[in-house]
Design a protein around this ligand. Structure first.
Ligand SMILES: Nc1nc2c(c(=O)[nH]1)N[C@H]1C(S)=C(S)[C@@H](COP(=O)(O)OP(=O)(O)OC[C@H]3O[C@@H](n4cnc5c(=O)[nH]c(N)nc54)[C@H](O)[C@@H]3O)O[C@H]1N2
Ligand SMILES: Nc1nc2c(c(=O)[nH]1)N[C@H]1C(S)=C(S)[C@@H](COP(=O)(O)OP(=O)(O)OC[C@H]3O[C@@H](n4cnc5c(=O)[nH]c(N)nc54)[C@H](O)[C@@H]3O)O[C@H]1N2
Ligand code: SF4
Ligand SMILES: [Mo]
Length: 764
């Protein structure tokens, strides 16, 4: 890091869910020369990881596209922004008019939750387009959690997070925060917080078929058989009932369906599940007793409990355990954060946290996909089904794709089929900084500016943060006048699909969003601006850009907002920390701490009953499938994934500083399995799954349990027509080619990416 650089600037790191505050050093040419943790950040307090430290190198990646590309005569060529948007409008509008909106699929990838643009504009894009063909990274990730929360709490975004800093016991299932830095649990310095838990006498249990860096920190590591967590968790619930260890604590009177759950788990005795889980009945009982006996405890599951055959059941059981041990919604347990831009709780006399707001509940399967009849979930179809919706002829076929920050050719099952399907589209636009495995098929590529040139607020992750806080960083490096930021790019896409390209500008899109939100607020008797003039309020918004004005509006109407100076009383749940606005955030560049998490039941519930509905009918209907699994035993090897600290899904293999060392695409295998198959460390293996086969070097290690092999995702950078000079040098293989896209968790449509059978043989 060069300290001779001209200046420093703050930037919230967008490279994982931990949202650390960074201090960037920037030289006279506006080049980011270094990054260190911002010691004054109210949340991250100086923490940084190797990815954050490589921010400058990523920011300066010569392959990061500097301007739009438009396909002419089969080739992607540099074009002006006007030409690019003209081409998008010409590619999409006639198609929508001819075939209807369903002919256009929208694909939203993971980085949308890491940008302001991704939070603010896709809802407008989807509202303008009204296509049923929506596909996102959720169905290769956390959709089971949304379904479980939707059914339990009536709101798919009401996701309890472990109260990491106060809990006495953490049961962590299928998560490896020492490498991932945490997910659906935003906690800068997750490793430090786990160590602090141990230091204050708390205990950590990790359930993972691999002995991960997180597992090495634990008091107890349970090397479960992949895919068997739902059985294990059902048995833990069984033991709680059997031994009279259940308590609802403060939630007494707010939960229904407890007896139904008791009946559902009756067959899942520790003895019945032990062999399928490969965990002894005795250990299962001990885990249940430790959980129930802890002063406070939190159960937390992530990717390894989600992208599996029984993903929704496992995610549901996680919160059943939290509820039945009295730990849901209490300090030290699993709690609901309250972000500064969230909907403000409705004040209620006598209730500190706001009153109940019974809602419509959560519906699944309101419509179905054309080819395989997959039920929609949260308005989405499984990402696994995108290829068939494109390549299967017939009415309603997808003929165009709008892809924003998505690389499904590598992230979704059967990339070869999707690759082929995308190449046959009538039109495709990719909003992506790289010409990669997916964007190479686009007719127009619209690259966002470099990360240092983007302003940042975590609209998404503050909803999952272990401490309520708000931070905003403006762009660290100014954007040239002729260069749209990602907000403007997406606003212009909204205009293109609406048929307004050329007749309206991006500012009109923001103005419309502001008017809609203000219109609702002034009509709402519970809002601090009820009955006021929307025009007057909108004139009082501050901010240099449409996105800033929208942030200002959400903050001011939010739970800690200034309410436009309305009643002057802080909202319910704000703990007296009122007065937030964009101006106030800008005056606190290291953020504003809004306090530890507070209890939010019943205010957070949107179920029809206004209670936690612990035994929802769709879940109960899926339990027979789990019961059948009691007698199933896998014959060959099961494959699981892994993440490396210096990686990020499919797109960070192009940064030299983050490559090499242990960040390699190898097939990890237990020594016993390697010996049985005659494979030595470094020797090539042929791996075969339902969807295809791969050649990959073996890495022999007892960090994976016997019977399990592990291969990371996001590799396979060897397709022609990409511009990834570094990544393509050591391309690796695409693990998702082992899948054909048919293995799904049926309730959520989530792909089974962990715990699927493979055959491995020597290729020597
Ligand atoms: N086998 C297996 N497969 C998996 C997983 C697994 O564990 N195992 N994990 C799954 C999970 S959890 C996820 S979230 C998905 C992720 O898969 P995707 O949703 O495809 O996301 P990424 O691979 O992170 O990046 C997608 C694209 O975003 C682009 N990008 C980066 N930054 C920006 C930006 O600021 N703006 C825009 N517009 N684009 C940007 C990148 O260049 C890349 O092309 O993969 C899933 N696939
Ligand atoms: N460095 C880095 N950080 C990242 C990412 C990255 O690619 N690299 N990706 C980001 C994204 S998009 C996400 S969603 C998060 C994910 O965050 P995490 O969920 O913490 O990350 P994973 O490494 O996928 O952890 C899943 C763990 O589940 C285990 N596992 C696999 N199958 C099973 C099973 O059947 N049962 C159990 N109990 N465990 C199982 C795996 O061995 C693995 O250790 O990480 C984010 N952060
Ligand atoms: S932990 Fe995540 S947010 Fe923090 S510096 Fe590393 S990549 Fe960035
Ligand atoms: Mo993810």
């Amino acid at each position: 890091m060069s300290e001779t650089a001209g200046r420093t600037a703050l930037r919230i790191c967008p490279l994982c869910e931990a949202t650390c505050g960074l201090t960037l050093t920037i030289d006279g040419d506006d080049r980011v020369t270094g990054a260190r943790g911002d010691g004054d950040d109210v949340f991250s307090a100086g923490f940084i990881c190797p990815k954050g430290a490589a921010f400058g190198e990523l920011d300066g990646d010569p392959d990061w596209l500097t301007g739009p590309l438009v396909r002419r005569g089969g080739r992607l060529e540099e074009a002006s922004w006007e030409e690019a948007f003209d081409a998008v409008a010409a590619g999409l509008r006639p198609l929508i008019e001819r075939d209807g909106p369903d002919a256009v699929a929208v694909v939203l990838g993971n980085p949308n939750v890491h940008t302001m643009a991704g939070a603010l504009y896709p809802p407008l894009l989807l509202g303008a387009l009204r296509s049923r063909n929506l596909y996102t990274a959720s169905t290769v990730d956390q959709m089971p959690k949304h379904v479980s929360s939707g059914l339990l709490f009536g709101d798919p975004f009401a996701i309890p997070v472990p109260d990491l800093d106060r809990t006495d016991h953490l049961l962590l299932i299928g998560a490896n925060p020492l490498d991932s830095n945490g997910s659906l649990c935003t906690a800068p310095d997750f490793p430090g917080r786990l160590k602090a838990l141990r230091r204050r006498g708390g205990t950590l249990t990790v359930v993972d078929p691999r002995r991960t860096r997180t597992a090495r920190l634990a008091d107890r590591h349970v090397a479960v058989r992949p895919g068997a967590d739902a059985l294990l968790l059902a048995a833990l619930v069984h033991v709680l009932f059997e031994e009279g260890l259940t308590t609802l604590g403060a939630l007494e009177g707010h939960v229904e369906g407890v007896d139904d759950v008791r009946a559902l788990v009756a067959v899942f005795t520790p003895e019945a599940v032990a062999e399928a889980c490969d965990v002894t009945a005795e250990e299962i009982r001990t885990i249940a007793r430790e959980l129930a006996g802890a002063t406070t405890a939190a159960v937390y599951g992530r990717v390894g409990s989600s992208t599996v055959e029984f993903g929704t059941l496992a995610n549901w059981l996680v919160d059943v355990l939290n509820t039945l041990t009295g730990n849901l919604d209490r300090p030290g347990g699993a709690m609901f954060p309250l972000a500064a831009t969230a909907r403000a709780p409705r004040p209620a006399p006598g209730l500190r946290h706001g009153g109940p707001q019974p809602g419509k509940g959560f519906a699944l399967g309101r419509w179905h996909s054309r080819v395989s009849g997959h039920p929609e979930v949260k308005g989405e179809f499984p990402l696994s089904a995108l290829a068939e919706e494109i390549d299967t002829p017939g009415e309603g076929r997808v003929r165009a794709v709008i892809s924003v920050a998505a690389n499904p050719v590598l992230s979704a099952p059967d990339g070869d089929r999707l690759d082929q399907a995308l190449s046959g589209l009538d039109f495709m636009v990719s909003v992506d900084p790289y010409l990669n495995e997916t964007s190479r098929h686009a007719h127009v590529v619209l690259p966002p500016p470099r990360p240092s040139q983007a302003a940042h607020h975590d609209f998404a992750f503050n909803n999952f943060a272990v401490r309520n806080q708000a931070r905003y960083t403006r762009e660290a490096v100014a954007l040239p006048d002729d260069r749209p930021d990602e907000c403007e790019i997406l606003a212009r896409l909204v205009l293109c699909v609406s048929g307004l390209h050329g007749s309206a500008g991006p500012a009109d899109v923001d103005a419309m969003a502001v008017d809609t939100l203000l219109g609702k607020a002034v009509a709402d008797p519970h809002s601090p601006v009820h009955g006021r003039d929307p025009g007057e309020l909108s004139a009082r918004l501050t901010g240099r850009t449409g996105a800033e004005r929208r942030l200002d509006l959400m903050l001011r109407l939010g739970p800690y907002g200034d309410g436009f100076g309305g009643a002057g009383v802080p909202h319910a749940g704000s703990q007296g920390r009122g007065g937030l606005s964009l101006e106030k955030l800008l005056a606190h560049p290291h953020g504003i701490d809004l306090g530890a998490l507070d209890s939010r039941i019943p205010e957070v519930l949107r179920t029809r009953s206004g209670k936690v509905e612990l035994c929802p009918a769709p879940i109960a209907a899926d339990v027979p499938r789990l019961r059948a699994a009691l007698s199933e035993r896998p014959s060959g090897l099961l494959l699981v994934g892994r993440r490396h600290l210096r990686s990020n899904n499919s797109w960070m293999h192009n940064v030299p500083a983050l490559r090499g060392g242990s960040n390699r695409c190898t097939l990890q295998m237990h020594p016993d399995d390697a010996a049985r198959l005659g494979l030595a460390d470094g020797s090539p293996a042929r791996v075969k799954g339902d969807g295809g086969e791969l050649l990959v070097p073996v890495e022999v290690t007892d960090a994976v349990r016997a019977g399990v092999v592990s291969l990371p995702h996001g590799w396979g950078h060897d397709r022609p027509g990409t511009r990834l000079a570094v990544a393509s040098e050591d391309a690796g293989v695409n693990v998702n080619q082992l899948l054909d896209g048919t293995r799904l968790d049926p309730l959520s449509g989530t792909a089974v990416l962990n715990g699927f059978p493979v055959q491995v043989a020597s290729a020597g």
